[in-house]
Write a protein that binds this ligand. Structure first.
Ligand code: DX5
Ligand code: ZN
Length: 234
């Protein structure tokens, strides 16, 4: 039995890119070896910052074949989900706090043929999602409070990541466990030891001169105890 993904996924967050050159910045991380492009949608209400909406997602869709991993930090989320789906989002992730009916929201995302994700803020317990796991394709653990890039990693979340790894393994499904916030080559080893499948990184990729080198450094953070390639289950 081995539930490790065959490959660690790296998802650069466009939040730290040059916003005057988003198309080029998207293509650049794809060339540099990124797996998914993480897109942070903020409304100035659910979080204290404003970024972009479906029009920008649609414009970026032409610039990459990477899955577009859309992280909605908006409330309410439901009225906008169809627009993000139509814009070309492949994954749509929501916070349980963004609406009163998380189960219905996940059903809506799935009904549009998209992968559905749930996001846990540092203060949000695992219990918030245990009753909707059957509708979830992605679980994202925030290791900063959402709203801004470049914040310090909150190490108190490591236990939550380990708990979610066990929960996911119990389901027998390949739900992707993503970590978002303060991820660097220094913080990634602990996160990967806890069983994360996907690292989201804004500053640690776009804040550097060499995106390929930055992505390779995150991949190399996986310690030898947890091999990058599944052993086939023996
Ligand atoms: C924060 C966003 C993150 C952000 C991470 O609300 O969800 O995706 O871009 O930025 P870094 O990697 O700089 O902490
Ligand atoms: Zn994010």
């Amino acid at each position: 039995m081995n539930t490790l993904p065959t490959r660690l996924l790296i998802a650069p967050s466009l939040l730290a890119a040059d916003f005057a050159r988003l198309g080029e910045e998207t293509a650049a991380v794809e060339r540099a070896g990124a797996d998914w492009l993480h897109l942070d949608v903020m409304d100035g209400h659910f979080v204290p910052n404003i970024t972009f909406g479906p029009l920008v997602v649609k414009a970026l869709r032409k610039h990459t074949a990477m899955p577009l991993d859309v992280h909605l930090m908006i409330a309410p989320a439901d009225p906008y989900i169809a627009a993000f789906a139509e814009a070309g989002a492949d994954h749509i992730s929501v916070h349980p706090e963004s609406g009163p009916h998380l189960h219905r929201t996940l059903q809506l995302i799935r009904s549009l043929g998209k992968k559905a994700g749930v996001v846990l803020n540092p203060g949000t317990p695992v219990e918030a999602i245990v009753n909707v796991l059957d509708l979830v394709d992605i679980i994202m653990v925030m290791t900063v409070n959402p709203g801004f890039g470049g914040q310090a990693f909150i190490a108190s979340q490591l236990g939550k990541i380990a708990t979610l790894r066990r929960l996911i393994d119990q389901t027998g499904r390949d739900i992707v466990l993503q970590i978002d916030g303060g991820i660097t080559p220094a913080t990634a080893p602990d996160v990967l030891d806890m069983g994360a499948d996907c690292l989201i990184a804004g500053t640690a990729v776009y804040g550097t001169q060499d995106y390929a080198k930055a992505i390779a450094a995150l991949r190399a953070a996986r310690r030898s105890g947890r091999p990058d390639v599944a052993d086939g289950g023996g």
